[in-house]
Design a protein around this ligand. Structure first.
Ligand SMILES: *[C@@H]1O[C@H](CO)[C@@H](O)[C@H](O)[C@H]1NC(C)=O
Ligand SMILES: *[C@@H]1O[C@H](CO)[C@@H](O)[C@H](O)[C@H]1NC(C)=O
Ligand SMILES: *[C@@H]1O[C@H](CO)[C@@H](O)[C@H](O)[C@H]1NC(C)=O
Ligand SMILES: *[C@@H]1O[C@H](CO)[C@@H](O)[C@H](O)[C@H]1NC(C)=O
Ligand SMILES: *[C@@H]1O[C@H](CO)[C@@H](O)[C@H](O)[C@H]1NC(C)=O
Ligand SMILES: *[C@@H]1O[C@H](CO)[C@@H](O)[C@H](O)[C@H]1NC(C)=O
Ligand SMILES: [Cu+2]
Length: 307
């Protein structure tokens, strides 16, 4: 019943789902990324070789994406700059997933610029996390379905230096199954100026992989059944120096609060049990195949896509 034509349509629909970081705008400058698996050009964005999600919390590709390679360029940035991450799907159309949080981490590259920094040694700290825009409402991720970027502010008091900024999309449309969570990480190489003094404390630093478990409450989660349930972000809290004390210093016993950064975080509410645009893609492929029973087909496709 599943024809070869059908399977190939499913597989091509797979490619148009998922995606990658196509460009990043920092302050007034825009930098292009590299098409996954294409010949690399000069960029500040580390190139991946596959648009598929990173699966499994222990996956080494969790750091910067599928087989991510060092990039040759470094972007100049300043504390307080907006960083706009423009994600696209596998066909370079708008990002398709609409369910799940977005989180941003940074790591110091030390004295060297980040172009040869080995991220497997990185100590990451979280600077931002976004869940639903309003309690029980749409996820911030879904705003990218129109082609809009995700926006992150470089901490206004961060100490100058070489940093990787890592933006992460965690798509949860099949996360009710262990191992179903889909990670899309991307890394941008920065050199930050200014004269800030802010830094994370040692207990705010994590490894990636290492910071997550497949059974974390925000990773193994049914994102549809109870939209108003608090979403528990995986990983560490946002580092306290982010929007922290007026001195900007990062004492281990800093009392600065980072709660403000969890803005749209903990709420939820999505409406139906709609499973996001990957399902739409699949359905479209089914339509093209002109199969007689699209509902069944859709379920089959879902299984194929999940696998
Ligand atoms: C991931 O790593 C943790 C810590 O080493 C281990 O307990 C866990 O079993 C691993 N999970 C998988 C799926 O391998
Ligand atoms: C990064 O540092 C290396 C080694 O010092 C140097 O060769 C390279 O040109 C630098 N890259 C950038 C983009 O500054
Ligand atoms: C990022 O900012 C732009 C411009 O203000 C806005 O249109 C877009 O919705 C924002 N993205 C998210 C995910 O909030
Ligand atoms: C710190 O840097 C900012 C921007 O880089 C600059 O506007 C400010 O004057 C500097 N402050 C001091 C005390 O140097
Ligand atoms: C931080 O803790 C240390 C001891 O752990 C203490 O000596 C110091 O006064 C504390 N600093 C602040 C600002 O509370
Ligand atoms: C930091 O504080 C500013 C103003 O106080 C606020 O607009 C912004 O949303 C905060 N950012 C985070 C990440 O909490
Ligand atoms: Cu996908």
């Amino acid at each position: 019943m599943i024809s070869a034509l059908f399977v190939s349509l499913v597989l091509s629909s797979l490619v148009s789902a998922h995606g990658w970081l196509n460009s990043v705008a920092i302050g007034t400058q825009t930098f292009k990324g590299n098409v996954p698996n294409a010949s690399p050009t000069a960029s500040v964005i580390r190139q991946i070789n596959d648009v598929d999600p990173v699966k499994g919390a222990n996956n080494s590709f969790l750091a910067c994406g599928q087989n991510a390679q060092s990039a040759t360029q470094v972007a100049s940035a300043n504390p307080g700059d907006n960083v706009a991450f423009s994600w696209v799907n596998g066909d370079a159309g708008p990002w398709v997933h609409n369910t799940g949080p977005m989180m941003t981490y940074m790591a110091s590259c030390g004295d060297q610029n980040c172009s040869s920094f080995d991220v497997s040694t990185a100590s990451w700290f979280k600077i931002q996390e976004q869940g639903r825009v309003t309690p029980g409402g749409a996820w911030a991720m879904s705003l990218m379905n129109s082609g809009a970027p995700a926006n992150v502010t470089i901490p206004s008091n961060i100490a100058p230096g070489n940093y990787i900024i890592r933006h992460e999309l965690l798509a949860l449309q099949i996360a009710q199954t262990l191992g179903g969570a889909e990670w899309y990480p991307a890394c941008v190489q920065l050199q930050i100026g200014g004269n800030g003094t802010g830094a994370p404390t040692s207990d705010e630093l994590v490894k990636l992989p290492g910071a997550y478990s497949d059974s974390d409450p925000g990773v193994l989660v049914d994102a549809y059944s109870n939209p108003n349930a608090d979403y528990v972000f995986p990983g560490p809290q946002v580092a306290a120096f982010v929007n922290g004390s007026s001195t900007g210093t990062a004492d281990a016993n800093s009392t600065a609060s980072a709660s403000g950064s969890a803005t749209a975080a903990s709420t939820s509410a999505a409406t139906s049990g709609s499973s996001g645009s990957c399902m739409k893609k699949k359905k479209r492929a089914a339509d093209q195949a002109q199969l007689p029973r699209p509902r069944t087909v859709s379920r089959v496709m879902k299984n194929i896509v999940i696998a």
